[in-house]
Design a binder for this molecule. Sequence first.
Ligand SMILES: Nc1ncnc2c1ncn2[C@@H]1O[C@H](COP(=O)(O)OP(=O)(O)OP(=O)(O)O)[C@@H](O)[C@H]1O
Length: 265
Amino acid sequence: MSTDLLQVEALDFGYGRKAVGKGVSFTCREGEALALLGPNGSGKTTLFKTLLGLLPPLAGRIRVAGEDIRDWSAAQRARSFGYVPQAAPGYFAFSVYEAVMMGRTARIGTFSAPAARDRQVVERVLDEMGIAQLAERAYTEISGGERQLVVIARALAQEPRILVLDEPTASLDFGNQVLVLETIRRLAASGLTVILSTHHPDQAFACAERSALLKDGRVVAIGATGETLTDESLSALYGTPLTVRHIDGWTSCVPATRRSGSHAF
Ligand SMILES: Nc1ncnc2c1ncn2[C@@H]1O[C@H](COP(=O)(O)OP(=O)(O)OP(=O)(O)O)[C@@H](O)[C@H]1O
């Protein structure tokens, strides 16, 4: 039986002394994908930054494999957590290959050159993400969607135990959204723990076995995605009538009210 890899206990988080989130507790097992849903401003990104050590917790505890991570170094954190932030900007004209190699920083000594193993890992993740053909292109000269795939590849090159993705499909076309969701499922099936935030309940149904609902900085529901994302919980979360439909083996959340003779949008 898989055990909890990540344990978040009674976590308060925020900026300075201003709490954005209060009393957040959840766990993630190895090889599990957990989706975090919540309205704009509910605290998803702030929670992620706190998990990653970019913000100190205001109260509570975060453990990885039973160990309190409060005093971990940045390198220790980077070996456990890979992070795909919202809409990563691209300022420097590194090649895609170099950008992904940067994910190896926490694995390569500060003054060491990449070794054969580092190059193998980079080539493997470029292949896995279907972007090997972009390897020599400048990171600043690829599309926003391609850049998002590179940022995910860079996080995977860290070989983290937990991959945290903040709205990973936000800038992607529909085909690349499907690719990223399938990649998340595959990574979780291979033993990686994945936590993603999304504004699309359909994505949680598609790739996450568990989901958590965050409202005003508090977890209002958490559990198996099919049991947690219901007409009632989603309508309350987003403040509009919504309903969950099952179509050809897929589950989708749609507006519950539709004016006759017109589309919802
Ligand atoms: N750097 C900051 N300093 C102070 N407050 C901030 C900062 N960044 C965000 N906030 C506030 O913290 C709250 C939570 O923001 P956060 O970005 O975590 O929400 P979110 O759920 O990720 O939102 P979205 O879905 O819109 O990305 C908001 O009220 C926001 O205004």
